[in-house]
Design a protein around this ligand. Structure first.
Ligand code: PMT
Length: 335
């Protein structure tokens, strides 16, 4: 895509991308931390899931003032991470900075700000000079206790490791590095790629160093295509062993299944979860290769009643089903 509305083929393969675009400065440290996390859970015999979540930015300048972004708030990824923990997985949660995170998502500053349910109380012991203390309103106490307990348990047991990215470049470097660390898990690694990754980017070599000036009238930028990294992820970085779940978002529901099938045919992974922008909280479709290995695909819908919104999240059913399929995938190697 370009901002002039024309489309050109990118010449960036995954290989040439990594050869020409620089890694984020903290990559080595992040990789060491992931390695420690993975080693610990390999030793404990635990399955590990990598959850990617949120959108990516595409900076237009090196000293970045302007960037392109997308809508993803990270709800799917953050919610799913909690259900993966419930299902017994160790979770690497790789998310866009400031997007929603597991547990704290319940208290988002815009929809459920925590300051609104805290109260200031006076400790009765010292009369009027008693120190002040904070209390939680009665109505919020039980749900907060439940969320806080799960949060503390996950952290105390070292089951949740968080990684942060901002740009599409950060994302691509992190994904490759993490997948190389997860390779030791073989079939016990699950990838849950819920992030909405930009399809286009501006290579560093084409970026303006300073803020683009507005005095020259309209702005024309030609962007390059981000390489399709699902291909090397499936066949090279994970050696075809990991259980890989990608997502497909569409706004025309009739495209969901065909586009999901197309992705499976192209990349050869295990599941594409199709979701429509407007109904994604209430229905998704799992598309996967048929067990008969006849080149056909099967689809399975997960639906929930929107009237159940306050008591149920669709991610609960998604993760139960994926954990079941992942167990079958692991067992296939044993039998
Ligand atoms: O965050 P929310 O607001 O809850 O929204 C969740 C979601 C709708 C963004 C999520 O459920 C979803 O559908 N994410 C994928 C969106 C999409 O259509 O991605 P894609 O077609 O560009 O990519 C296909 C798959 O490859 C995705 O799983 C993506 O994470 C992955 N991908 C794509 C490009 C790339 N360079 N690297 C990738 O890993």
């Amino acid at each position: 895509m370009s901002t002039t509305g024309t489309t050109t083929e990118s010449n960036f393969s995954a290989e040439s991308y990594y050869a020409t675009q620089p890694p984020p400065s903290n990559l080595d440290q992040e990789v060491r931390n992931v390695r420690d996390f993975v080693r610990k859970h390999v030793n404990a015999g635990r399955n590990v899931v990598l959850v990617t979540s949120g959108g990516t930015t595409v900076p237009l300048e090196l000293n970045v003032v302007r960037f392109l972004d997308n809508f993803s708030a990270g709800t799917r990824g953050a919610t799913s991470a909690e259900y993966f923990l419930k299902a017994g997985y160790a979770v690497i949660f790789m998310h866009r900075q400031f997007s929603l995170q597991p547990f704290s998502r319940h208290y988002s500053h815009s929809t459920h700000p925590f300051l609104d349910f805290l109260e200031i109380e006076q400790d009765g012991s010292g009369g009027g000079n008693s120190p002040l203390r904070i209390d939680v309103t009665e109505k919020e106490r039980a749900p907060l206790l439940e969320v806080l307990t799960s949060y503390k348990n996950a952290h105390t047991a070292g089951l949740l490791h968080t990684l942060t990215f901002v740009t599409v470049n950060d994302y691509l470097w992190l994904l490759r590095a993490v997948s190389q660390e997860l390779a030791v898990l073989g079939r016990r690694a699950l990838y849950y790629l819920a992030a909405a990754v930009s399809d286009f980017f501006l290579p560093r070599q084409k970026m303006s160093e300073h803020k683009i000036q507005s005095g020259k009238g309209s702005l024309h930028i030609e962007m390059d295509q981000v390489p399709k990294i699902l291909k090397p992820l499936v066949s090279e970085w994970t050696h075809g062993q990991a259980f890989i779940v990608s997502f497909k978002l569409e706004t025309d529901p009739s495209l969901l299944v065909p586009k999901a099938q197309q992705a499976l045919a192209r990349y050869g992974h295990q599941v594409v979860i199709g979701n429509d922008l407007h109904t994604r909280k209430h229905q998704v479709v799992f598309v996967s290769p048929s067990a008969d290995k006849d080149g056909k695909y099967v689809e399975a819908w997960i639906r929930m009643d929107p009237s159940q919104d306050s008591i149920k999240e669709i991610e609960e059913d998604i993760i139960v089903e994926l954990a079941r399929r992942h167990r079958t995938w692991i067992d296939l190697a044993i039998s």
